[in-house]
Design a binder for this molecule. Structure first.
Ligand SMILES: Cc1cc2nc3c(=O)[nH]c(=O)nc-3n(C[C@H](O)[C@H](O)[C@H](O)COP(=O)(O)O)c2cc1C
Length: 401
């Protein structure tokens, strides 16, 4: 007789709460830029992408990077929050809710690595700094900029609530603007926003406090932050632990400790293969293409993949706060998720395994599979800008039992 799959008994598949929102299980699709917002406007493809992830059994899906204002956009096909896109976002949140999942949106500002030709003005950052990623120099934010950006975070959060999102995720990691304030590498200010950790935290903390005032008590505010920036002179885990505590005190409902700096160590947050050839193939500018071919391997460092690569650092942050903490980074199997849950993490964020197969959670819950067959080739990262995020791995059918 054929052996039928056994429904998983893992505690990962029991409901859990973030703030006042209950998720049907402990799995969250992490923010993975979709590349489906031509003209800064969410497309039907974006709606279908998240409906599909929701139908695949996830507890909550996260709509990836949405800039809080036009000057916070990092690439041309990213959306930025404004009144006119609320009806489309409402259709997206309705579609996800119909599939039984919750839905979050990641709100951020990319600061010094904004592309001047896309945003039309000089990029802003904590301090004047050259950005190798863009060959551009940003200007240091003044008090007026700081006030405006803080208010834009509040306005964007309010619009997200109106559009039906169950939570907002503020991007304070990966070298985005709030993380640029935290990092000594990008913040060399001599005023109350620079120098000591307390000063570097002042702006990110004020943003979280402001968003909390806008959304009210109970509404879940998730903070994606860094355990470390991934290079000497950046934020360290010791400081990140204190940052986590400060974010909790400012009103965060949950922390997601990640790592890396998009403009400097872009693959540190993912680990695994760097798909240089996919980038070369899709690059239209012949000079950049040549540069990538010759120097790509030297510029973008490859860091070997490991299962649960942030577990130890994230645990230090978790042990220092009382709010829930989600573990992210290299979660590949039910065993991985059980280890994380048993260590006291309330939620598990998963990126690439859900890109590889949007049904991965449903299949794990039903016992059909026990692990993802994503091989961390990271070709989905190159695909996100070229064609919209998708698994383009050649090897299929490796699902382990
Ligand atoms: C294609 C792709 C796009 C990503 N885009 C974002 C993003 O927009 N915002 C973000 O915070 N992280 C982004 N990430 C990082 C993931 O959210 C996650 O932190 C990382 O992939 C590690 O999780 P994993 O091992 O489960 O994939 C992206 C990752 C991938 C693979």
């Amino acid at each position: 007789m054929q052996n039928l799959p056994q429904q998983s008994k893992s505690k990962v598949f029991i409901p859990g709460k973030i703030g006042n929102v209950e998720l049907r299980n402990r799995t969250i699709r992490s923010g993975c830029f979709e590349g489906m917002c031509a003209n800064a406007t969410p497309s039907e493809a974006l709606i279908e992408h998240h409906r599909r992830v929701a139908a695949g059994g996830i507890g909550m899906t996260t709509v990836a990077y949405c800039a809080i204002s036009n000057d916070g956009v990092a690439f041309g096909h990213e959306m930025w929050m404004r009144e006119e896109i609320i009806p489309i976002l409402k259709r997206l949140t309705d579609a996800v809710h119909k599939e039984g999942a919750a839905v979050s949106i990641q709100l951020g500002h990319c600061g010094f690595f904004a592309n001047k030709s896309v945003i039309g003005v000089t990029p802003i950052g904590p301090s004047r700094k050259f950005c190798l990623f863009r060959y551009s120099i940003c200007r240091a934010m003044n008090e007026e900029d700081i006030k405006r950006v803080r208010e834009d975070f509040g306005k964007a959060a309010k619009m997200a609530v109106t559009a039906g999102f169950d939570t907002v995720e503020i991007h304070a990691g990966h070298g985005y603007l709030l993380s640029q304030f935290l990092s000594p590498w990008t913040n060399s200010r001599r005023d109350q926003y620079g120098g000591s950790l307390e000063n570097r935290l002042r702006f990110p903390v004020s943003v979280i406090k402001h968003v909390r005032e806008v959304v009210g008590p109970g509404y879940p505010i998730i903070i994606k932050m860094n355990c470390d920036d991934g290079f000497k002179g950046g934020l360290t885990i010791d400081e990140a632990v204190q940052a986590g505590q400060a974010f909790e005190a400012a009103g965060a409902s949950m922390l997601v400790p990640s790592c890396g700096f998009t403009a400097r160590t872009s693959f540190y947050m993912m680990r695994g293969n760097v798909p240089i050839w996919d980038y070369v193939k899709s690059e239209k500018n012949p000079v950049t293409k040549m540069g990538m071919t010759l120097f790509g391997r030297l510029i973008v460092k490859e860091i070997p993949f490991q299962e649960l690569f942030l577990f130890d650092q994230a645990k230090r942050i978790k042990d220092a706060v009382k709010i829930p903490v989600a573990c992210i980074g290299g979660v590949c199997s039910v065993d991985n998720m059980d280890k994380v849950k048993q260590a006291g993490f309330e939620f598990i964020e998963i990126g690439r395994a859900t890109i590889r197969d949007p049904d991965v959670i449903r299949k794990m819950q039903s016992g059909e599979i026990s692990a993802s067959d994503c091989d961390h080739c990271n070709r989905c990262v190159a695909a996100m800008t070229a064609q919209g995020v998708t698994c383009v791995a050649e090897s299929k059918g490796l699902m382990s039992k």
